[in-house]
Design a protein around this ligand. Structure first.
Ligand code: ACO
Length: 459
């Protein structure tokens, strides 16, 4: 099969949110800390009657219904999530309920977990299946979903929730570029969930940011090396190093938007240090001469380096990355779907002409840690009715859908979080939450019985 990649993409986010500026006042922190300091505008959240299964049920059904697909046409479905509600039973098996009437049970794939990286691992697996001898000609579906909640304190404003489903197959408008992947994995305790009775992680915020930036450096170095060697083997012998210029767009796993802006600066620092003779008298690298001798590993906490390269990369950020942050700034960190939400935002915010033929660089990060940089090539054909045109039209209503959500006061949000804590993992109960607060077509948790079996209904 040729041009394996993403054919369609469906996004689900909760129908309610809290305003970050109001949360600043409620939490008693300085005005601007969450909004300007972290770059977050709003945060989506779920009441107790939404769980990881309901989120994924909703997004998969939406993908199939809106794409007018047949349930028989799917031969693989896998889920990337870190929202564990059962140590044995996969979310994937719950999703098989959607296939029941079709009679199709020949569907490979289960769940994959490593913090925010599970969606990317699932996408790589799905593409590998389509390119393998095991492929039976049908589509693969990749689902990523999470409910990202933190205990009260400085991490709480970096939560979020949502799910994304992607249809994977050949002749895609977004092709996974072959051979172009840079991965970095290591052992770190930056963010993890050792308390199985709680929804909240244990997080070392400053360490997690250092880990993220180090993983970014390492992945970019490997990606760039592979891209350069591919270029040299190509017909047109392209000289010179690979730089950010070679990506038209850049998307990132987005714990909060400010970190992504800093990451663009960080990539520019990588380019600057790799350039044989950077011109610091004018242009992009103007005034950066004092940083010529720095070592990447010594700069993770340097405010001077961060400031200088953030300023130098401002225009690159505005052009290549800013349009991708719509969902992240208004719904927050969805964990596994975060970067795919950036992809959806980019497709919703840019014109077909801008996107056609472009290369999108993508950086996925999951604490613990697992990270990859890879790229998507957008098809040239954006004509009406083309797969790219269909994909873009399906996402065009993203801003309107965000506007249609209900704003909830911070004290009510805090109350709902408390209820989630109290009822998390409780047997024999009816979860709190009104289904009038959900978007039409949303699945919700109706009841947990005395054997922890969960029952769902659809609005
Ligand atoms: N106006 C403008 N900016 C302000 C204000 C203000 N009034 N007050 C503070 N700020 C800025 C700070 O200067 C800082 O910006 P800087 O880093 O650019 O200097 C920013 O707001 C954050 O403030 P801090 O005091 O540094 O951070 P805080 O202790 O609030 O914690 C953190 C932030 C670490 C991100 C926390 O929210 C957290 O732990 N989140 C979860 C972990 C996370 O998301 N990690 C990222 C990778 S791992 C993953 O994806 C889960």
């Amino acid at each position: 099969p040729k041009d394996v990649g993403i054919l369609a993409l469906e996004v689900y986010f909760p129908a309610q949110y809290v305003e970050q500026a109001e949360l600043e006042r409620y939490d008693g922190v300085e005005a601007g800390k969450y909004t300007r300091g972290l770059g977050q505008q709003q945060m989506g959240f779920c009441a107790a009657h939404e769980d990881i299964n309901s989120l994924c049920l909703t997004v998969v059904q939406r993908l199939v219904e809106r794409g007018r697909l047949s349930w028989d046409a799917i031969g693989r479905l896998e889920v990337g999530t870190e929202t564990v509600i059962d140590k044995s039973k996969a979310v994937k098996t719950v999703l098989m309920e959607l296939f029941r009437d079709s009679g199709n049970s020949d569907v490979e794939g289960i769940d994959t977990t490593n913090a925010c990286y599970g969606g990317t691992a699932s996408l790589f697996n799905a593409a590998a299946w389509v390119e393998s001898s095991a492929w039976d000609g049908r589509y693969a579906v990749v689902v990523c979903g999470d409910i990202a909640v933190y205990a009260t304190g400085n991490a709480r404003p970096t939560g979020g929730a949502g799910a994304i489903a992607m249809l994977v197959g050949p002749n895609a408008p977004l092709v996974l570029e072959r051979g172009l992947r840079g991965t970095h994995m290591e052992h770190a305790y930056d963010f993890y969930k050792p308390d199985l009775a709680s929804e909240y992680p244990v997080v070392d915020g400053p360490l997690s940011i250092q880990c993220y930036l180090r993983a970014l450096d390492r992945c970019y170095a490997v990606y760039r090396r592979k891209a350069e060697s591919q270029r040299q083997q190509g017909e047109r012998c392209h000289r010179g190093p690979f730089t950010l210029d070679d990506f038209k767009f850049l998307i990132f796993h987005t714990p909060f938007c400010k970190l992504v802006q800093k990451s663009v600066g960080r990539l520019l620092l990588n380019d600057f240090l790799a350039a044989p003779n950077p011109d610091t008298s004018g242009g992009l690298y103007k005034g950066l001469q004092p940083f010529r001798g720095v070592k990447l590993e010594d700069t993770y906490t340097s405010k001077e380096v961060e400031k200088a390269f953030q300023a130098a990369s401002q225009e690159i950020f505005n052009q290549k990355t800013k349009p991708s942050l719509l969902l992240s700034s208004r719904n927050g960190n969805m964990y596994t779907p975060s970067m795919y939400g950036c992809l959806a935002s980019l497709l919703a915010q840019c014109s077909a002409q801008d996107l056609a033929g472009s290369r999108i660089g993508a950086f996925s990060y999951g604490s613990g840690l697992a990270a990859s940089m890879f790229s998507l090539r957008v098809s040239q054909d954006a004509s009406p009715g083309s797969p790219l045109d269909k994909l873009l039209s399906s996402l065009a209503d993203l801003p309107t859908r965000l506007d249609a959500r209900k704003r909830v006061a911070p004290q009510d949000f805090a109350e709902i979080m408390k209820r989630r804590e109290e009822t998390h993992h409780l047997a024999n109960h009816t979860p709190h939450g009104s289904h009038t607060d959900l978007f039409p077509g949303t699945w919700y948790l109706e009841r947990v019985d005395d054997k922890y079996r969960r029952q769902y209904a659809r609005k």
